[in-house]
Design a protein around this ligand. Structure first.
Ligand code: ARG
Length: 458
């Protein structure tokens, strides 16, 4: 039995039926559908469409259906086209013909848009919580590794020494922005489509503002044509998920590199690495490779939905049924990935000596240039002179700090005996003490800021 059978005498082709049906995936909206319907019944009663007795009976039926969903005892039928049909069919079984009054003034177009928004509004806090847990791991590592030095890279070339804590936190802040973004998406999702009917609005005097409040929305939508087809919230959610995926992927890429024998900075614990079926010596960072790979799929979900949306004429078109799967998948992907990354990062071993050993004196060339600046030279000139010193050392196969004072002075007379005191990586790091820099003092402030953010998200 379909909801729209009256106009038809023939039956839908079975394969077309299967293609059309969305129950296999939209059953995830079951609880939202039952709650949305309950609120709609009350709105209809307020509008004088349902008597108090009818409304009570519908609400009781819907509550029972809600319980059945929660207990997983709800039995779906072959003939249930989607979750909305299934709920209405079951309501009929439970309370009889009065069930047929529930759909007054409503369409599945405003109904599905409402259910889906409610689902996203609940999914976002769960996702934010999972992100917070990973942030906690990053922050704890930063707190624990406050004194460790490692080479910082640009273009993957050794650049300047930094604190490991600073590096951990560099992956904390993008996740913080992700959460702020998600919270904003949630606010924009909180606009109620219900009461827009199929497209033109409803002819019953429903108090949509009260309905919005009852369902936890901040407002009711202002244009019925727009609101049945507005999927900006889904696209924004997918953008948020894709960007989080990209942040996780960048972190993963660097962990993978640091776990190679060539770097040897990190070593994964056995619980979060895998072996090779052929090469007994291998310890593979699969978890991080999957993070990198899944970022691609997350981006695909976003572009897929954007492509679906771009050519749609005004109001509801069945193309919009394609909106849910990518959103569910993006959510599931991140919810599976985030805790595993947390576990893997929490349990990895850090080879402090390898990191320290990789800091070569040439990485302090900027400090050498700054030294000349402090002696009064313009930075551009200091940069050129320091470059000459680096070149001279390289030609002689020496480290930068192995040039003699005479050699330094042959490049420029501003170099003096104190130049050799520069080549201490810790002092170089400590000098970068302006707000947001890698100096221990600045990083300690940063850790405090990060802690405060974490307390705010509790
Ligand atoms: N299953 C549909 C969807 O997910 C529900 C809305 C159907 N509306 C309609 N006019 N056929 O979009």
């Amino acid at each position: 039995m379909t909801l729209w059978g009256g106009r038809f005498s023939g039956k839908l082709d079975p394969q077309a039926w299967a293609l059309n049906a969305s129950l296999p995936f939209d059953r995830r909206l079951a609880l939202q559908d039952a709650r949305g319907s309950l609120a709609w019944a009350k709105a209809l009663q307020g509008a004088g469409v349902l008597t108090q007795a009818e409304c009570d009976s519908i609400c009781k039926g819907l509550e029972k259906i809600g319980h059945e969903f929660e207990e997983k005892s709800f039995i779906f039928q072959e003939s249930d086209e989607d979750i909305h049909t299934a709920v209405e069919r079951r309501l009929g079984e439970l309370i009889g013909p009065a069930a047929g009054k529930l759909h007054t003034g409503r369409s599945r177009n405003d109904q599905v848009a409402t259910d889906f928004r409610m689902w996203v509004m609940e999914a976002i806090p769960a996702l934010m919580q999972a992100i917070t847990s990973l942030q906690e791991v990053l922050l704890k590592r930063a707190e624990a590794d406050e004194d460790t030095l490692l080479p910082g890279y640009t273009h993957l070339q050794r650049a300047q020494p930094i604190l490991l804590a600073h590096w951990w936190l560099s992956h904390f802040w993008p996740l913080q922005r992700d959460k702020e973004r998600l919270a904003q998406v949630r606010e924009r999702t909180s606009v109620l489509p219900l009461g827009s009917g199929a497209l033109a609005g409803t002819s019953f005097p429903v108090d949509r503002e009260a309905l919005a409040k009852r369902l936890g929305f901040t407002q009711a939508s202002t244009n019925s044509l727009d609101s049945v087809s507005d999927r900006d919230f889904a696209a924004e959610f997918l953008f948020g998920a894709a960007l989080t995926g990209s942040h996780l992927s960048r972190l993963a890429e660097q962990v993978i590199l640091f776990c190679t024998a060539e770097f040897g900075y990190f070593e994964l614990s056995d619980s979060f690495s895998t072996g090779s079926s052929l090469m007994p010596q291998k310890k593979n960072p699969d978890v991080f490779e999957l993070a990198r790979g899944k970022a691609g799929s997350l981006l695909g979900h976003l572009t897929g939905l954007m492509a679906t949306l771009k050519g749609l004429p005004s109001t509801y078109d069945k193309d919009l049924q394609e909106d849910k799967v990518p959103v569910f998948q993006a959510f599931d992907t991140l919810m599976a990935l985030l805790p595993v990354l947390g576990g893997a990062l929490q349990s990895l071993t850090i080879h402090v000596e390898r990191m320290q050993a990789a800091i070569d004196p040439a990485m302090l060339a900027t400090d050498l240039a700054d030294y000349l600046v402090r002696k009064g030279l313009p930075f551009r000139q200091a940069h050129t002179l320091t470059g000459q010193a680096v070149q001279r050392a390289a030609l002689q196969g020496k480290a930068l700090n192995q040039l003699s004072l005479a050699e330094f002075q042959s490049i420029d007379k501003h170099f003096e005996e104190d130049v050799f005191r520069l080549f201490e990586p810790r002092s170089s790091v400590a000098r970068r003490n302006a707000l947001g820099g890698t100096a221990p003092e600045a990083v300690r402030k940063q850790i405090k800021q990060a802690r405060r953010k974490m307390q705010m998200s509790e």
